[in-house]
Design a protein around this ligand. Structure first.
Ligand code: MG
Length: 275
């Protein structure tokens, strides 16, 4: 009997090991998802609407544009008191608020602190975005500029600082992408569920499903006071020429499924209990 050289023996052993492994774990078999028995929720879902996404921050097909080159500030009350040029609005006299009102929504908004920068703390590129005209996420020049942390850019004013400071220098454009869940009130005015907010600042997570304690005034603790299920988005005039551009919003509507049976597992034609 001929004996194989040592190197060939090693090669054969390796090959055999690989074949055995492949037999037990063929790459086309996904043991988690290809089992014969399938779990079914018993819920019939409507098809999710098709949305054409934008690119580089442009609005997706189902967004309402609140500020763009074509629209100017026509979607806002008070817009006539702010300067708008080529889709860029500069804070003017008094706050502005959207004519349309919103509850749960996704908001994209770009803003830029004045350059050269002036002032310190809260007196430096201060503005703000208010959901439902009531709850402020701070707009401030927080680039290498200190203030109290729950008052810096991306903070929920007097409730929480942002998780990190992702601020760009004065004159550059910042982007907030925000998911807002409106608070719910019972008929007697009591709070049913608080508002929550998730926000990205220049693509960086700064608020992670934060639960608001109430409104965001300067002079007293936060509290909830019953209001309508929808309200305007408003932008603050704090006396500083902060600029805004490319603002769009998507209303968030839950996809509602219909329960057509209890959950079950299917094995061919057999219906098995869910567990
Ligand atoms: Mg402010």
């Amino acid at each position: 009997m001929t004996t194989l050289p040592k190197n060939d023996k090693l090669l054969l052993t390796t090959l055999a090991t690989c074949l055995l492994w492949l037999a037990g774990n063929p790459p086309w078999f996904d043991s988690q998802h290809c089992a014969a028995v399938e779990y079914l929720t018993g819920i019939q879902w409507p098809e999710p609407p098709v949305v054409t996404p934008g690119s580089h921050g442009s609005p997706p097909s189902d967004a309402i544009v609140l500020l763009g080159e074509k629209q100017g500030l026509s979607a806002w009350e008070g817009g006539e008191n702010w300067k708008v040029q080529a889709g860029v609005a500069t804070v003017g006299k008094g706050p502005i608020r959207t004519k349309q009102e919103f509850g749960d929504c996704q908001l994209h908004i770009e803003w830029s602190s004045p350059k050269p920068a002036h002032g310190h703390g809260q007196d430096r590129g201060n503005s703000g975005i208010f959901f439902m005209g009531t709850y402020e996420i701070q707009v401030l020049d927080s680039y290498q500029a200190k203030t109290y942390f729950d008052g810096q850019a991306g903070g929920i004013y007097k409730q929480t600082p942002p998780l990190v400071n992702a601020m760009r220098p004065p004159g550059e454009w910042n982007v907030y992408d925000i998911v807002w869940a409106a608070p719910r009130f019972a008929e007697d005015g009591s709070l049913q569920s608080p508002a929550t907010i998730t926000a990205l600042h220049n693509g960086v997570l700064i608020l992670n499903h934060f639960t608001l304690l109430g409104d965001t005034p300067y002079h007293r603790p936060p509290e909830y006071r019953q209001h309508a299920p929808q309200g305007p988005i408003s932008l603050q005039d704090h006396g500083h020429p902060v600029r805004y551009r490319n603002i769009w919003i998507r209303e968030i509507k839950p996809l509602i499924g219909k329960r057509v049976s209890e959950p079950y597992r299917r094995d061919g034609n057999k219906k098995l209990p869910a567990k």
